[in-house]
Design a protein around this ligand. Structure first.
Ligand code: HEC
Ligand code: HEC
Length: 150
């Protein structure tokens, strides 16, 4: 009987021990998502990431960097059939719009064929090009531009 009680006591304390380790209010203070204190339902609270300096040039952090977009892009649709960026950035319309032509590399497909239209691999511009912004980094990092580590 005594040993049975002992076993019960050990089991009970184990259960209690595990329960206190469960992610209750006390533990979440240390376990943080990369999003910080912003709840999933409050994503509107994420800093404004719109180009704040229309037309300004933030330069490139390394030679191969896709240039940042110096203008707002929210209104330009890109989907399977439509790419409104190309309206201004494709040759020959770009000369009329005063916009830089997409890079020659964007007309070369994966096999190295030179195409007359933008390559499928470059269709979704914002995969590589992002609007310039002064938003503070969400996560600290030690990144330095190539010119600083030379
Ligand atoms: C209405 C015309 C227009 C549309 C549409 C447009 N752009 Fe631009 N874009 C420009 C002009 C003009 C510039 C020249 C720089 C400036 O704005 O000061 C430019 C500059 C850029 C640059 C900088 C190039 C460099 O060499 O620094 C990038 C990258 C760019 N646009 C990407 C995009 C992407 C991606 C889209 C679609 C989401 C887009 N643009 C839609 C007109 C346009
Ligand atoms: C896979 C990544 C990638 C995609 C997708 C992409 N670009 Fe680029 N883009 C780059 C890189 C890298 C450069 C700079 C080096 C180069 O010329 O290839 C560049 C250069 C440019 C330039 C500057 C050209 C110059 O001569 O100064 C413009 C404008 C541009 N891209 C627009 C676009 C547009 C518009 C789209 C969508 C149709 C697009 N890019 C898709 C990576 C990309």
């Amino acid at each position: 009987m005594k040993t049975k009680l002992k076993i019960f006591a050990v089991a009970a304390s184990l259960v209690l021990g595990v329960a206190t380790l469960m992610p209750t209010g006390g533990v979440t203070g240390e376990l943080k998502s990369l999003r910080g204190e912003v709840g999933i339902g409050e994503t509107d609270a994420i800093p404004d990431i719109h180009a704040v300096k229309e037309g300004a040039d933030h330069g490139r952090a390394y030679r191969q960097q896709p240039p940042l977009i110096p203008h707002k892009i929210e209104k330009y649709e890109i989907d399977l059939k439509v790419n409104q960026c190309m309206y201004c950035h494709d040759w020959p319309n770009n000369t009329k719009m005063g916009a830089p032509k997409i890079s020659e590399t964007h007309y070369i497909d994966r096999q190295g064929n030179r195409l007359d239209n933008v390559a499928g691999t470059r269709w979704f511009c914002v995969q590589c090009h992002v609007p310039q912004t002064d938003a503070k980094p969400l996560v600290d990092n030690g990144f330095k531009p190539a010119t600083a580590v030379r």
